[in-house]
Design a protein around this ligand. Structure first.
Ligand code: GLN
Length: 484
């Protein structure tokens, strides 16, 4: 049993397809682990007796068709993906008890490809945060050190995979919420090109930035899971899919690959231990044949400021729908309709969400719109152009994923600006809509450090290939406690 659970998802799926492994063993084993989770990584775990209904891929979750591409390897899904009949609360009290009548396209695709729904994972409320401490359902802790945060906002998905209680998981990234928690938990996280994966059924935060992607133990698993969830969807008019199929990465060298190191994102503000791991990884890249040169993204230092206008502006509009009438929670004892709306929102939203609604409403108000929202959109264009210029000389841009290793629970909860700085290196890619992947590059103070590679829009195959080559050279042990 424990043998099957120590396999990567791709290896487990291959053994199922070859007839060497019963997928029921994976289902039962991971279900037991998820049910016993001690990190508050899950908001709901599938009940053994009440398994979700059969998917087109098989007769039941525990016995999908053996030739399904994902081989019956179960998947954990961030709370904000709508899943039919299953609590989908986006980490918020205002959606308490909400069980959607339909399932998000990304999740449906995974089920159809043979990955049954194992569990829903904890997250910052409406994906606003970098530590999963903004969840109405309590914080998630980091499997490497339970006194520390797992990162966020998809911290539950990252912790579940890092702890081995899920073989793989999906999350969403608006400004860093896949890459940063992957970095802090020592696993792989991919934010795809905007539009590669359907947003249909993802409870919206900032619609022009939100993108779904995989959390996995290695790069091969990331390619396999991403390939199954990507694609154009008639239910999401911003989805475009990918120009071709996602290939499993094979590359073991970086001959001819040109890496640019943006000085704006790889110096000031980055912890010394994180920089040391970053520099060591650049040396490895050179040994593999890559050229590594400094590059400039002159507007990248303004990305956080632009992001904290654009994302709250979109959020203030998206979150207007939570009024106590249509979904989830409604405050008791209201005097009249308006009072019901205001009391529901007062009691249902947490402090960070309220802060964003106020910021966003202000930035969009007449008289301030041009000065704030309009200006931020111009900065966004300049950031995008910086990347376009970089692609003239480089295949990928590389940075540390996060400025620090996992920090202590509570360390940044009283200081929103310190919390926002977590995404200093990931937000520029989000604004530009381009893909980024974080892979573990080593340890600092015994905690994982992430290395980010970002490429042009739709360069996922090349990006995964380069990450695969580096991953092989780094040889990171993503779960030292498993062999201990
Ligand atoms: N930490 C950032 C925020 O709080 C990004 C979150 C995300 O990517 N969902 O907005």
């Amino acid at each position: 049993m424990s043998d099957a659970l120590s396999l990567t998802a791709a290896a487990a799926a291959a053994r199922v397809r070859a007839g060497d492994l019963d997928p029921a063993e994976l289902w039962d084993g991971y279900r037991a682990r998820a049910a016993a989770d001690g990190h508050n990584a899950f908001t709901w775990v599938s009940d053994a007796g009440a398994a979700p209904p059969a998917s087109p891929g098989g007769s039941s979750p525990a016995s999908p068709r053996r030739d399904a591409p994902l081989g019956g390897v179960p998947v954990a899904v961030k709370d904000l993906f709508a899943t039919q009949g299953v609590p989908s609360q986006a980490g918020s009290r205002i959606l308490e008890g909400y069980r959607p009548p339909y399932t998000a396209t990304a999740v449906e695709r995974l089920t159809a490809a043979g990955a049954p729904l194992l569990a829903k994972t904890n997250q910052d409320e409406f994906a606003m945060g970098s530590s999963t401490e903004n969840s109405a359902y309590g914080p998630t802790t980091n499997p490497w050190d339970p006194t520390r945060v797992p990162g966020g906002s998809s911290g539950g998905s990252a912790a579940a995979v890092a702890a081995g209680s899920a073989p793989w998981a999906i999350g969403t990234d608006t400004g860093g919420s896949i890459r940063q928690p992957a970095a802090l938990c020592g696993i792989v996280g991919l934010k795809p090109t905007y539009g590669a994966v359907s947003r249909y059924g993802m409870i919206a935060f900032a619609s022009s930035l939100d993108q779904a992607g995989p959390f996995t133990r290695d790069v091969t698993d990331a390619a396999l899971l991403f390939g199954a969830m990507a694609g154009k969807d008639k239910c999401d008019s911003t989805s475009v899919g990918l120009p071709g199929p996602v290939e499993l990465p094979r590359r073991t060298d970086l001959q001819g690959v040109r890496l640019g190191v943006p000085e704006e994102l790889s110096g000031e503000g980055i912890e010394p231990g994180v920089l040391a791991s970053f520099t060591a990884t650049l040396d490895l890249a050179r040994e593999l044949g890559a050229t590594v040169e400094p590059c400039k993204l002159p507007h990248a230092p303004h990305a956080l400021s632009a992001y904290y206008l654009i994302a709250p502006a979109e959020a203030s509009s998206n979150l207007a729908r939570y009024d106590g009438v249509r979904y989830g929670f409604r405050a008791d004892g209201a005097r009249d309709l308006l009072h019901m709306y205001t009391e529901t929102r007062e009691q249902g939203f947490g402090a960070e969400v309220k802060r964003r609604i106020m910021l966003g409403t202000y930035a969009l108000s007449s008289g301030y719109y041009d000065a704030y929202y309009g200006r931020a959109q111009k900065v966004r264009t300049l950031i995008s152009r910086d990347f376009d210029t970089a692609w003239e000389r480089f295949d990928f841009v590389v940075t540390p994923t996060a400025p620090s290793v996992a920090f202590a629970l509570g360390a940044k909860t009283d200081d929103p600006l310190a919390m926002y700085l977590n995404d200093f290196c990931t937000v520029p890619m989000s604004l530009a809509g381009i893909p980024g992947i974080s892979i573990p590059s080593g340890l600092s103070e015994g905690l994982p450090v992430g290395f980010q590679l970002a490429g042009p829009a739709f360069s996922e195959n090349a990006l995964l290939d380069a990450a695969h080559a580096l991953e092989g050279a780094i040889g990171f042990d993503s779960a030292p406690w498993r062999s201990a």
